[in-house]
Every structure is written in C-alpha cells, then in structure tokens.
Design a protein around this ligand. Sequence first.
Ligand code: 13P
Ligand code: SF4
Length: 338
Amino acid sequence: MSEISEMYTKLHAMLHNIVPDVELRYKAELAVEINRLKKEKNAVILGHNYMEPALYHSIPDFVGDSLELSRRAATTSADIIIFCGVKFMAETAKILNPSKTVLLPALKAGCSLAESITAADVRALKAQYPGAPVVTYVNTYAEVKAESDICCTSGNAVAVVKSLPDETIIFLPDEYLAGNVARETGKRIIFPSAAATPGPTMVGWRGRCEVHEKFTVKDIQTIRQQFPQVVILAHPECSPEVTAAADFSGSTSAMIRYIEQTQAPQYLLLTECSMGDNIIAAHPDKEMLRLCMVRCPHMNLITLEETLASLRENRYVIDVPEEIRQRAARAVQRMLEN
Ligand code: 13P
Ligand code: SF4
C-alpha cells in the first residue's frame, strides 16, 4: 500500500463520520508530504489540542495542552519546531529552546488574551502594588512574560498560586481564569485602582478569551433541559459562574483525560469545538454534543496547507529579542517546575 493510501485508511477509520471522504483523500496527501519533509529537515511538529481533526491525527509528533507542549518544546533535539498552535505558544517554545528554529504556520494566529495587556501595563501594576509577585498566564507575549515572576497555564495555575506565600498576588491577564483560581485558592479578587486590602488577595486584569467568554450559564441550563444526562466540561477561561455550573473544569488535556476515564451517556465541552471531534475520532464509543457556534479564529488559521508551506518555505520564523527572552525564560522555567 502506498503511504498516501495508508494515511487515508488511517484517517478514514477515525474520521469517516466527521469528514467527507473526498476531503480525507486530499488531506492524506498533504499529511504524507508534511511528514516526509519533516523527516528530511529534522523538524518536530507540536499540535495543540484545538487543531482540526485531520491535522491533529496525522502530522503532530506530540499533541497536548499548553503546559505539555511547552515541556516538549523545552526538551526536543529537533532542529526545527513547527508549532501548530498560536503565536504565544511558538514564542514560549523559542524562549525555552532558543537555539532551535521555531516556525508558526500562520503569522496572524494570535489570541485575545495575549492582546489584552502590554509590558507597560505590567510595570504600572507593579508600581501600584509594590512587592506583590506577578503571576502571568502563558497566553501572553514575551515582553509581558519578561516583566513577570512566574508564568502558569490553565493546567497548573492553582498550583503556581498556592506555591507563593505572599498575601497579595498580581494575576494576569485573564479575568475569568483569575476568578476561577481565586475561588479554588480561597482568595479575594480585586481589579487595578482598588487598594490592596488585608487578607489573601489576587489583583486581576480585564483580559478575556473571545471564545470562552461567550458561554453562559443560560446555555448550560438550556442544554441540561434538553439532555438531562449530559456531563458538561468547561475550560477555566470560562466565567466562574459557568465553571461552577459545569460538572468539571480543567485544561484542554485535563478535559480529555476526564472523558477518557469516565462513562457518561453524553459529554459537552465548553471550549473550542474541534476538540470534541478529536476526542470522538479517538474514542468512537463516546457520545459528544457539539456547541460550535463559537470558534477560535486564531487556532483555525492553522491548516495542513499552511503547515506544508511553513516547512517548504521556512516560515514564519518566530524570534524573541535576547534581552527579553532571558528575562521571560526565568518566569517560564519556574512555570515548568510546578
Ligand atoms: P490549554 O493550556 O488548556 O491547552 O489552553 C490553551 C488555550 O488557549 C485555551 O483557550
Ligand atoms: Fe486565545 Fe481563546 Fe483562542 Fe485560546 S481559544 S488561543 S485563549 S482566543
């Protein structure tokens, strides 16, 4: 059997209920060429859990959440890291492994959280709350990480906050992740301009994920009325009200593990819709409802076509100025210790 037929057969077995055959044949050809070039150039492909199902199940050497992929990026010996994810993830890979060429297949693959805060904003906050350590979500750009004491992902945010003895902690930039972490760690959340008050306090910022902010408690109630047995999982970038109304909240990989390890009649993910397809492809015995009216426009820019062009043309190279990289690396390395 040719490599293309083999790839098509594998994708067909997993995705025949989700992706029409004509598309699978075309995507199998792209995937085989990507895998050939990847070997030739000694590249590694890291794929975030939100990648579309044909890409997710064909070309990444490793898939995972932000924390898992950061760990992979830090330790790879490949010459080139292709990040099938968004820009802040590729930047984090460069921060952790600067001698590698890091490529992002679509330069416009940004993130509303990363856009919500600048390094100058962080410096102003540090002046307002002197001595308070700055915990920064990994969904930020390198200049913001460089102003931070420690980074975190949704996978270890609670552990990172718990590891700090300080009464007041600055936690940036996701308002909702901060609210969820504050609830789990028993802290009060305030926003800039409020004076620090006695007692465990987190100073938040008004950044939001443009995808997860759209899910509402009303959505959950309506869905539960129609599907009374559904188990609902919400990413911690959803509002604290939404995560409280859900059955489980965790990073993208934590949600996948939860579904793999439990037996419910139906599941629903309150996160980027592609992830539901990826889970069903790997676990056809599970039943998944889809809420696909909100999509991440950034993650969706990463396609097999763009990844092939990225490998062929060595684009788009992600660089971080060395002075910023070194300062950011301290905060990102501390993140990996938690
Ligand atoms: P995870 O770290 O949970 O994979 O989340 C990344 C992200 O961007 C979620 O929107
Ligand atoms: Fe950023 Fe939200 Fe997209 Fe994740 S889903 S990359 S947080 S915009």
